[in-house]
Design a binder for this molecule. Structure first.
Ligand SMILES: Nc1ncnc2c1ncn2[C@@H]1O[C@H](COP(=O)(O)OP(=O)(O)OP(=O)(O)O)[C@@H](O)[C@H]1O
Ligand SMILES: [Mg+2]
Length: 151
């Protein structure tokens, strides 16, 4: 019984009636339609579905990168759907970790500089020497878009 009570208190995400409509000109694409989801603390969740079924759309909204067209998302007691750009930036910085499908790195910076960007803005960043242990120091010093990026 106490377990159940602890669990109900530990809802990290709850979303109700989530919708996302992408508009391009006259065309409307429904990325999400009436999605309800609840995720508890410590839960390990896998989203699976056909390409185009809305996985990235949902993750972008839960991660504060995008806003839904309808419905409500809560992170703990905070209503994310009421947050402005600055609030969402703070939320992402303090609570969200993303591994992007397309890496979203800055090509003119080296690997180490890309990692160091995070240590500049995060509250309690991992020390850069812990995050960055290059196998080949010469390659790590090259910009990602430079000769070291090939192969
Ligand atoms: N920026 C956008 N503009 C227009 N339509 C979009 C946009 N992003 C996604 N969509 C559409 O929304 C739907 C859901 O896309 P989404 O990228 O969330 O799917 P997914 O499940 O992540 O697919 P994949 O497995 O290929 O990554 C698709 O029909 C997609 O074409
Ligand atoms: Mg996707």
């Amino acid at each position: 019984m106490s377990n159940l009570l602890e669990q109900t208190a530990a809802v990290v995400f709850s979303a109700r009636g989530l919708a996302k409509v992408y508009r391009s000109g006259e065309v409307e694409v429904h990325g999400l339609r009436d999605v309800d989801i609840e995720i508890l603390r410590g839960e390990f969740v896998v989203l699976s579905g056909a390409s185009g079924s809305g996985k990235s759309t949902l993750l972008n909204i839960l991660g504060g990168l995008d806003v839904p067209s309808g419905g409500e998302v809560r992170f703990g007691d905070t209503v994310l759907t009421g947050a402005d750009e600055n609030d969402l930036a703070t939320y992402r910085r303090e609570h969200v970790g993303f591994v992007f499908q397309f890496y979203n790195l800055i090509p003119s910076l080296t690997v180490r500089e890309n990692l160091a960007l995070v240590t500049d803005i995060a509250k309690n960043p991992m020390p850069i020497d812990e995050a960055h242990r290059p196998g080949r120091p010469d390659a790590a010093a090259q910009p990602l878009s430079g000769p070291a990026a090939g192969g």
